[in-house]
Design a protein around this ligand. Structure first.
Ligand SMILES: [Zn+2]
Length: 161
């Protein structure tokens, strides 16, 4: 299945009605599906804004990293300032929670990797589920652009993993 269509379809499936309007509504949806949400001041070493710990079914938001993105986004005009980054991070990580608890058997499209320009291997890689998570967050929150693009525009580097 195509990663983008899968992510968007999961968003429509779990939330056919109104879109979550703010962080509290987003958190309530995640909690209804059994995800814990915690905020940690410590920035994850890879620069991620948030992550999902499947052992504890926990969405961890890295407050300092998110605050930095918000600060950088605040210096942009237009679309970025309308984005609530913690809400977006929770939505993205909720996809990983749903994927882990409900959809892990869904096969997403493979990605072609070329080695040395000669050997071509098609593999399912983590990237396909990242693409799906971004598509999920965009659909769930009715964002104007993919979270990947929004984050790239804000700072080009840090990302939600
Ligand atoms: Zn992710």
């Amino acid at each position: 299945m195509d990663s983008i269509e899968f992510g968007a379809s999961v968003a429509r499936e779990i939330n056919p009605g109104g879109k979550p309007r703010n962080r509290d509504e987003m958190a309530a949806i995640a909690q209804n599906f059994g995800a814990k949400i915690t905020y940690s001041p410590y920035k994850y070493s890879t620069g991620a804004l948030a992550e999902y710990n499947d052992a504890d079914k926990e969405i961890i938001c890295y407050s300092a990293a998110i605050a930095k993105v918000e600060e950088l986004a605040g210096s942009h005009r237009g679309r970025l300032t309308a984005v609530d980054f913690p809400t977006m991070c929770i939505a993205h990580e909720l996809f990983h929670h749903l994927d882990f608890t409900r959809y892990s058997q869904v096969q997403l499209g493979n990605i072609t990797i070329k080695y040395a320009g000669i050997i071509t291997i098609r593999r399912r890689v983590r990237a396909t589920r990242e693409i799906a998570a971004h598509a999920f967050a965009q659909e769930l929150l009715a964002l104007p652009l993919s979270p990947a693009t929004l984050l790239e525009r804000a700072l080009g580097g840090a990302h939600a993993s």
